[in-house]
Design a protein around this ligand. Structure first.
Ligand code: SF4
Ligand code: SF4
Length: 68
């Protein structure tokens, strides 16, 4: 499972660029800063490499290792 904390996200989209499996896309949903949030639309393709989690400058992403 992938969780994105909407209020931590600043919309840099590093997560979208860095993911080797193109899991993320920019969604229609925005946060209080009026930033369109990334969403893990292709979450089924996630290989749990944790790159997005490590590289997010605002610790907005949490990738859970077990699949549920
Ligand atoms: S890397 Fe983090 S701050 Fe940047 S768009 Fe993704 S979730 Fe938001
Ligand atoms: S853990 Fe890896 S494969 Fe999964 S969404 Fe993040 S960068 Fe992409």
């Amino acid at each position: 499972m992938i969780e994105i904390n909407p209020e931590f996200c600043k919309g840099c989209y590093i997560c979208i660029e860095i993911c080797p499996k193109s899991v993320y896309a920019i969604s229609e949903k925005s946060n209080k800063k009026n930033i369109n949030l990334p969403a893990p639309l292709n979450e089924k393709d996630c290989i749990k490499c944790h790159l997005c989690e490590l590289e997010c400058p605002d610790q907005a992403i949490y990738v859970e290792d077990k699949n549920d």
